[in-house]
Write a protein that binds this ligand. Structure first.
Ligand code: ADP
Length: 470
């Protein structure tokens, strides 16, 4: 048996069955990262690397793509052809900077696929995410009433600074004594974040940060968000954690969303307490922060798989309560994506794999903290490597450049189809069935459930083959 045929769910021994949109030639990819995604691409049978990552064709020589500044969800696939198209690749895992520089002047062939939507920042910048959520919430309240609008109660009260400083001060005065968290809108990995209780702390900060004249490199103050701090996080072993959830969007119009079963919880290294609000090792769960803690143990790490977390929570709080909590996470995913659905420049060539950060409070209520367009794909250990390898391999299986599936699948490896222009209902509920047995008509959502991805892939590829034959 050839190496190719042994890979589950990839190529058939019969080359005719392997002809996809790209035909029977190799699939050419480019990748601007040097981590697990590159391993996945290099290990994928029939795929070949195109050298010279991030190479740039001068804009003047390229085909032009009309930019869409209207804020509408109209697809921007109308392309003015050019002799100099960037057609040397079929698949590009590019970085956001490259896309920003090149998208508007890029000519893409029918089959080409590229990571990121042009204006992904509408969801992934902290201030814009909240702005878009607030807008959809208001609209929902207007059109469907207050009760329906309550389904948006999953992000902590947030204001953009400096633009909403005065509204924030009003709110601050109404709730004296609570803790707030300040975060730079466009930074990541916990950079520039601090907690405070007194307005005086922010006055000091204002002096340092909001004085453009004292900082020659900046002519406008850096945008921050100030957010109500979740003071009652759910603790395990006395430690705070948040959950990383992977979501794949293949299209915004219609909205098509996949949810990955695997993921992890990231714990802080130090026991939680509200006494030391200046201690980032207690309050920020980012791995980038925790790995610098003086007593951090790289062997032990600070992660649990989402499966482990789900099992633990079900044993401690009961299956039904945990099922409800996971359903609320589905709601967070769908509502947040809907909040930008009309704004994101939809393009059939683009896809996005988001990393959602969700914090659970002591009532098991999930809170949306942040959405990342470039979640870390660097592995922190063997288990993390396996998770990310499976996640990314199955992402390629979902995109199916080889055209080996029917396009009707509800599950592909570890990815479950959560939304396709409407909610997807589960066929069965496997080992995440609620205790009361109400498995009928449950959403097709299995976050933290058993992930027998290789077995499942073998099955769906066999089914797809026979469907295609008939
Ligand atoms: P960054 O993009 O820098 O990682 P995040 O918004 O993800 O910024 O915040 C970093 C960490 O701080 C989170 O992983 C979480 O542990 C903690 N955190 C952020 N916002 C809150 C909040 N409102 N309440 C409690 N903890 C928070």
């Amino acid at each position: 048996m050839s190496k190719v045929a042994r890979i589950p769910g990839y190529q058939s021994k019969n080359p005719k069955q392997n002809r996809g949109i790209i035909g029977d030639r190799e699939i050419r990819y480019k990748c601007s990262l040097q981590n697990v995604i590159l391993d996945v691409l290099r290990g994928r049978p029939g795929w070949t690397e195109v050298p010279g990552q991030n190479s740039q064709v001068p804009a003047a020589q390229q085909g032009t793509r009309p930019s869409n500044n209207t804020g509408s969800s109209q697809s921007s696939n109308i392309i003015i052809p050019s002799r100099f198209s960037d057609g040397d690749w079929d698949f590009y895992w590019c970085d956001r900077e490259w896309l920003h520089q090149n998208y508007d002047t890029m000519f893409l062939h029918e089959h080409q696929k590229i990571l990121h939507f042009r204006n992904h920042y509408e969801l992934t910048r902290k201030n814009l995410m909240v702005k878009n959520l607030k807008r959809l919430r208001k609209q929902t309240e207007r059109e469907q009433g207050k009760t329906e609008a309550q389904s948006f109660d999953f992000y902590p009260t947030t204001y953009e600074l400096p633009s909403e400083y005065h509204i924030f001060v009003e709110e601050f005065k109404k709730n004296l004594g609570i803790i707030w968290i300040m975060k730079p809108a466009a930074k990541s990995q916990g950079k520039g974040i601090f907690l405070f209780r007194r307005l005086k702390d922010i006055t000091d900060w204002k002096k340092g940060e909001y004085q453009p004249l004292s900082d020659q490199t900046r002519d406008v103050p850096e945008t921050y968000v100030v957010q109500r701090y979740i003071e009652n996080p759910l603790l395990i072993g006395g430690r705070k954690f948040d959950v990383r959830v992977y979501v794949l969007v293949c299209s915004y119009n219609p909205l098509k969303v996949w949810l990955y079963r695997g993921g992890f919880a990231r714990f802080s290294n130090t026991r939680f307490s509200l006494d030391s609000i200046e201690d980032t090792y207690v309050h920020l769960t980012n791995v980038a922060v925790q790995k610098n803690a003086p007593d951090y143990d790289p062997e032990k790490g600070c992660k649990w798989s989402t499966q482990q977390l789900r099992k633990y929570l079900a044993a401690k709080h009961g299956v039904d309560k945990v099922q409800k909590m996971f359903k609320s996470i589905d709601n967070i995913i769908i509502k947040s994506l809907q909040s930008v659905q009309k704004i994101i420049i939809n393009d059939k060539h683009c896809f996005e794999m988001y990393g959602y950060d969700v914090l659970l409070d002591s009532d098991l209520k999930p809170w949306l903290i942040e959405i990342n367009a470039s979640p870390s794909l660097t592995a922190s250990g063997k288990e993390d490597y396996d998770l990310k390898f499976g996640l990314l391999s199955d992402l390629l299986n979902v995109l199916d450049l080889e055209n080996r599936l029917t396009g009707k699948e509800k599950r592909i490896g570890g990815w479950d189809l959560l939304w396709d222009d409407g909610p997807i209902v589960a066929d069965d509920n496997m080992d995440c069935t609620p205790a009361n047995g109400s498995a009928v008509s449950t959403p097709n959502s299995y976050l933290g459930c058993f992930n027998d991805r290789k077995k499942q892939l073998r099955e769906i590829y066999l089914t797809a083959q026979s469907v295609k034959k008939s």
